[in-house]
Every structure is written in C-alpha cells, then in structure tokens.
Design a protein. Structure first.
Length: 174
C-alpha cells in the first residue's frame, strides 16, 4: 500500500472519530438538557427546599426542645444541603438513571395535570405511609429492644454497641 493510500485511510479514520466524538458530545448535551427540563418541570428546587423545611419541622415535632435550635439547624442544612450544592448531583443521578427518551416521557408526565397532582400529593402520601408504619411498629418496640439487647449480649457488646468491659480480674491465688 502506498503512503498516499495509508494517509487517506488515516484521514478517514480521524474524520470518523472526530464526527463520532461530536455526535457523542451532542448526545450528552441533549441528554443533559432533557435532565434540566425535568428538573424544571418537577420544580425540584422548590421541592428540595420544602423537604429540608419538613425535615426541620419533623425534628421539632419529635423533640419540642429543638424549636430554639431550628435557626442553627436550618443554617447547617442550607450550608451543606442547599439546592445549589445538590443540583448537579441530582442532575447526574437522573441522567444516569434515565435515557433521554425516558426523561422526555417523565417531563411530559409531570407537566400533565395528573403529574402535577402526583407531585403535590406524593409527599403527603409518603408521610401518611410513614405514620402508618410507625403505628404498626410502636407496639413491637419492646420486642425489638429485647432482641437487640440479646444479640448484643451474645456478641459481647455493651449497651452502646461497643465491647463490654472485661470482668474484674480474680485475686491471685495464694
């Protein structure tokens, strides 16, 4: 094969590689755009902020003494879990989980009336489901505590999950 023929083959391969790389970049950009559309349609920023606020409220309902600490807890959550910090991670999670076509279908669904209702209703349904689960577990907590205590003792663990203190040494034999 002449060097001119080899150069043509290499040139073609380079062009094909370049074009396929451009296509891949375009596909990735299009996929990322589909994720951003879904994030907007689902109002993820607003829902993320509401979730953090619900978390704070749940904490204070469980322990009313925490009410005075809410501003500190809110500041901490906003510092480490704000939407600005989480947005790129959430976009990546959705982009890895769903194809571009699936993201389009999800966007269409969440833009529909039933999708909007689902978004509005789902947190309440999840809360009710968690409440029912807690109601079912509550009468059985002593059983769980006893089982955990027995398992810890069997494994030589103390009340905090660490090793139990060794028994006192026997006095030396005379």
């Amino acid at each position: 094969m002449s060097s001119l023929g080899l150069m043509r083959i290499l040139s073609c391969l380079l062009v094909v590689g370049f074009v396929s790389q451009l296509s891949l970049s375009a596909d990735e950009a299009s996929h990322a755009s589909a994720v951003q559309k879904l994030i907007t349609v689902m109002e993820m920023e607003k829902n993320h902020e509401a979730t953090l606020e619900n978390l704070l409220q749940a904490q204070t309902r469980q322990n009313p003494a925490m009410i005075a600490l809410q501003p500190t807890m809110r500041e901490f959550l906003n510092k480490y879990m704000s939407w600005a910090l989480m947005k790129d991670d959430m976009a990546k999670i959705y982009q890895e989980a769903f194809s571009e076509a699936e993201l389009g279908q999800l966007s269409d669904f969440y833009a529909s009336d039933i999708g909007k209702k689902a978004m509005k209703t789902m947190p309440m349904l999840m809360g009710k489901g968690m409440q029912k689960a807690q109601e079912k577990m509550q009468p059985h907590l002593p059983e769980l505590q006893a089982a955990l205590k027995a398992a810890a003792e069997k494994q030589g663990l103390g009340p905090q999950g660490g090793p139990t203190a060794p028994p006192p040494a026997a006095p030396p034999a005379k």
